[in-house]
Design a protein. Sequence first.
Length: 127
Amino acid sequence: MSSTILIARIAAIMFLTIGIAAIKDKLYYQKIVKDTFKNKSLMLMFGFFTITISYLIIHFHNIWQYNWTVIITLFGWLGLLKGILFIIHPKILERLSNKVFIRLRNIMPYTTLVFGLILAYFGFFYS
């Protein structure tokens, strides 16, 4: 199994799970997002975790091709940037997250679910 398919499958399961859970109980997950930024230790741990996972994605899949696999590469690079911001500039990340979250909080669970379905298609059925 290629690293592309493996990453797509893991990300699909993750996004599908989060999307379904957030649709099921929107208020609970909105509270989690707000609470995350209140806990400085959690922010630091999320930063280290996000950097680690994102770097592994980049290391095993830094492929810039004009097809669906670029989604995995972009996911890795954007995740790395987010992990760095978690540690270096958590306030900037919080402001950005609040702006995006407030505007998109009603569609974000569905967007996450659709993204998970797309990755599931390519990871489990397309290959």
